[in-house]
Design a protein around this ligand. Structure first.
Ligand SMILES: C[S@@+](CC[C@H](N)C(=O)[O-])C[C@H]1O[C@@H](n2cnc3c(N)ncnc32)[C@H](O)[C@@H]1O
Length: 224
């Protein structure tokens, strides 16, 4: 297994943020909402917290799928939030999506405690992954539904290169470089299980869902 190589936490470069917001993430991001719906069947109502929301594509798709919810997105990178303006403009769910600048661990979801918390592709950016699990415990209501999706680290540099060639060959350089760095920065399912145990979240499930993704989900301790 190759060692983890952390990447910069915040995506601060405007060119990087623009390329990210313009990329076609329809399949993985709709897949995020599909996977949420499979794990947590039933309606979602009220405020939802999206940690590391970036330009808000997942926040919008989630709000579109669940018309009785509102999504509060939090991200530490002004460039990523600004890049989301174009996604928001004219989107039918935009009035129920509120993105705000805030850097974990200091920032809080503005309407905490939340009954639902989601996060896509934030975990591998964090130098200290405990920051995500602590923010979830802090901002989640007792029994809250928590759903996280992230990349997982391949076991060799050759596997990283093969995934970059398979999934990012036609992407702009900046995105291809980010994808490669992110695969090196990602955690393995075993590492995430250890993080969860340390955070008192050992009731959560870690599922490998593809050659490069995993989902992590469960209910926070306490009543539902
Ligand atoms: C790969 S992007 C994912 C964005 C979005 N969730 C999506 O799926 O499109 C990761 C995001 O996490 C943000 N981020 C990283 N570390 C953070 C921190 N400590 N606090 C808040 N946001 C952070 C980055 O700025 C970036 O926008």
């Amino acid at each position: 297994m190759i060692p983890r190589q952390p990447e910069p936490e915040l995506m601060l470069e405007p060119a990087q943020a623009r390329a990210y917001a313009e990329a076609d993430f329809a399949a993985p991001h709709e897949g995020f909402v599909d996977a949420f719906a499979e794990v947590f069947p039933g309606p979602v109502t009220g405020p939802v917290l999206d940690l590391g929301c970036g330009p808000g594509d997942v926040s919008l798709r989630f709000a579109a799928r669940y018309p009785d919810c509102e999504v509060d997105g939090l991200d530490g990178a002004p460039a990523m939030l600004a890049a989301g303006d174009a996604l928001m403009a004219g989107h039918p769910a935009a009035r129920r999506v509120h993105l705000a600048e805030g850097c974990l661990p200091a920032a809080r979801g503005p309407r905490a405690p939340y009954a639902t918390i989601i996060s896509n592709s934030l975990l591998h950016h964090l130098h200290d992954p405990a920051v995500l699990w602590q923010a979830i415990r802090r901002d989640g209501a007792p029994g809250a539904a928590v759903f996280v999706m992230d990349l997982r680290r391949p076991d060799s540099t050759e596997s990283v290169q093969a995934l970059v060639a398979q999934y990012a060959a036609d992407d702009p350089d900046v995105l291809r470089r980010d994808f490669e760095h992110s695969l090196h920065a990602a955690f393995t399912p075993e590492e995430v299980r250890a993080q969860l145990a340390a955070a008192g979240l050992d009731g959560f499930t870690v599922h490998v869902t593809s050659d490069r993704h995993m989902i992590i989900f469960g209910h926070l301790p306490g009543h539902r």
